[in-house]
Design a protein around this ligand. Structure first.
Ligand code: NDP
Ligand code: KPL
Length: 309
């Protein structure tokens, strides 16, 4: 399968390198020092499931340099989505099926401003992976899962092709018949996990064992469930409690990509996580005070570490 991966970071780099190691024709679109390093020595993924290094020839600096693909995977941070969508629309890849593995429920709406809705499959991924240094992606733990699905019958062949490619690459993957529900289900957990680990500045083990932050985690997730239900996604009313029980099964040292970004002084995806929930809730007339408060408290960090006052 020919796959173009836009964004060769934690997510795109990890899954792309596994697919390339299984002899799929993967082209990464990367930039900056990461691009230079990958061009020089290939992309190295360090993983408890086995390290893998891609060939240096498999990276380009622009979407415009990709000649064609069966599938485009979008794996940039959410603030870069609109630019990538514009670049894709102006390239030879316009009209190619697109799968965004980004977090949250806003990504496909943003992509659809520039790309045909008929080209957008749905999907979510479950992994903890980060750029450790230019050219190197570190995979934490052993979770490395993708769930994706067709939103229209004509997308089904490419979804099946990707499922087969993932099986060959040893990636845990599933096709879902109701991928938008999967995206919302992940959003409930992700917003709770990212809001609390980032606000508390500690991994989930600390958050869940303190009575006050445990309640905060549960309440943040319950607000996302209410927003999902008001948006027509029929999550069960007790879904937040089920997700809290799921949080109890996670390794105590597991943290979120947003907490990792805060610790490193990077930009935060907050406007699409707790901030995004609070904005959607306002539009729907659903209360979401816990998410609004988390978004307000973390607001000085949204564009990276604030300059000292
Ligand atoms: N990391 C994780 O464990 C998980 C992340 N996610 C989600 O996946 C998405 C991607 O996150 P993550 O992999 O962590 O992001 P990273 O920052 O690790 O990787 C994104 C890469 O894409 C590059 N990039 C951005 N725009 C372009 C462009 N136009 N052309 C070429 N390269 C570009 C970035 O460069 P630069 O650094 O210069 O901006 C960066 O190298 C996010 O929505 C995140 O929430 C989901 C599950 C887990
Ligand atoms: C680790 C996980 C699955 C949940 O927070 C995630 O997607 C993220 O933090 O970006």
């Amino acid at each position: 399968m020919r796959i173009a991966i836009v964004g060769a970071g934690g997510v795109g780099g990890y899954f792309g390198a596994r697919l390339a190691a299984a002899d799929h024709e993967v082209t990464f679109v990367a930039r900056g020092r990461h691009l230079e390093a990958v061009r020089r020595s290939g992309l190295l993924v360090r993983s408890p499931l086995g390290d893998v290094r891609t060939s240096p020839g498999a990276v380009v600096e622009s979407v415009a340099d990709v000649d064609g693909a069966d599938l485009v995977v979008v794996a940039v941070k959410l603030w870069d989505t609109e630019d990538v969508a514009r670049q894709l629309a102006a390239s030879k890849l316009a009209g190619t099926p697109v799968l965004s593995l980004q977090n949250g429920v806003h990504k496909d709406t943003v992509l659809a401003r520039h790309l045909p809705a008929a080209s957008l499959l749905g999907g979510a991924c479950f992994i903890s992976a980060f750029i450790e240094e230019p050219g190197v992606v570190r995979h934490n733990g052993t979770l490395q899962r993708m769930v994706f699905g067709a939103r229209r019958p004509e997308q089904e062949p490419v979804a099946r092709q990707l499922l087969q490619a993932c099986a060959e690459a040893g990636i845990d993957a599933d096709v879902s018949e109701d991928v938008d529900r999967v995206i919302w289900e992940k959003y409930v957990f992700l917003v709770g996990h990212s809001a609390t680990t980032t606000a508390v500045r500690r991994p989930i083990g600390v958050v869940r064992s303190d009575a006050r932050t445990r309640t905060l985690l549960r309440d943040v997730m319950a607000e996302v469930v209410a927003v999902a239900r008001a948006s027509g996604i029929a999550l069960p009313e007790d879904f937040a409690d089920r997700q809290l029980a799921f949080c109890d099964t996670l390794p105590a040292d597991m943290t979120s990509s947003m907490h990792n970004d805060l610790e490193h002084g990077h930009r935060l995806e907050l406007p699409w996580l707790s901030g995004g929930v609070a904005d959607l809730a306002d539009g729907l007339g659903v209360p979401a005070p816990r998410n609004r408060t988390v978004a307000d408290i973390l607001s000085p960090y949204v564009d990276g570490a604030p300059a000292s006052a």
